[in-house]
Ligand binder design. Structure first.
Ligand SMILES: CC(C)(COP(=O)(O)OP(=O)(O)OC[C@H]1O[C@@H](n2cnc3c(N)ncnc32)[C@H](O)[C@@H]1OP(=O)(O)O)[C@@H](O)C(=O)NCCC(=O)NCCS
Length: 161
């Protein structure tokens, strides 16, 4: 069974390694991965100051998700699943947590600047294409931008298509 929980400070290094392993599934070379390293790092400050959760089984962490807020927009900052568990539902579980948490905080959209390899996953999960956005790590690279519409409901529950 997978549970979504907060991360512990001592898990930061393990989580950063998971993000790197996960990003690497798309076959990027060493130089590209090095340039992405800052974006793939989880710090104790992030645990204190942002909305970050992990997906965990009984014996290990299998994914990580992080969102932030900008007015009525929420942004998906991280979503990474252990490579040996791809297509096993972990990404869906983490993204559902992100949409619920964002809607409960009053966001009307979850914005995603997607790795090109992951864009069809987001479309499958209800993501709507919204052009492109510059990569935060690689100058001149542009990423597919998508958003998931969020509809907070009267009882505090959140819908997402
Ligand atoms: C993108 C990612 C998070 C998806 O996680 P996942 O656990 O493999 O996805 P799930 O198993 O929950 O898939 C949910 C649905 O999306 C589909 N799906 C998953 N990955 C897909 C892909 N790359 N292309 C198309 N569909 C995909 C699944 O088949 C499933 O469809 P279903 O509803 O018909 O069963 C995962 O591939 C990953 O971590 N990739 C590497 C890191 C990365 O690129 N992260 C995103 C950064 S923006």
């Amino acid at each position: 069974m997978i549970v979504i929980r907060e991360a512990q400070t001592e898990e930061c290094s393990l989580l950063s390694d998971l993000c790197v392993r996960s990003k690497a599934v798309w076959g990027y070379d060493t130089e590209f991965m090095e340039r992405c390293r800052a974006e793939l790092t989880v710090t104790p400050e992030m645990l204190r100051e942002t909305d970050l959760r992990v997906a965990a089984t009984d014996d290990r962490i299998v994914g990580v998700v992080q969102i932030s807020f900008d007015g009525t927009d929420a942004e998906l900052d991280k979503l990474f699943v252990e490579p040996d568990l791809l297509r096993g539902g972990v990404g869906r579980t983490l993204l559902e947590w992100a949409t619920m948490a964002a809607a409960l905080r009053g966001a009307t959209r979850l914005i995603i600047d997607a790795d090109p390899g992951a864009a069809n996953f987001y479309r499958r999960m209800g993501g709507v294409d919204a052009g492109t956005a510059p990569s935060a790590s690689i100058p001149g690279r542009h990423l597919p931008r998508l958003y998931i519409p969020l509809v907070p409901t009267a009882n505090g529950e959140a819908d997402s298509p």
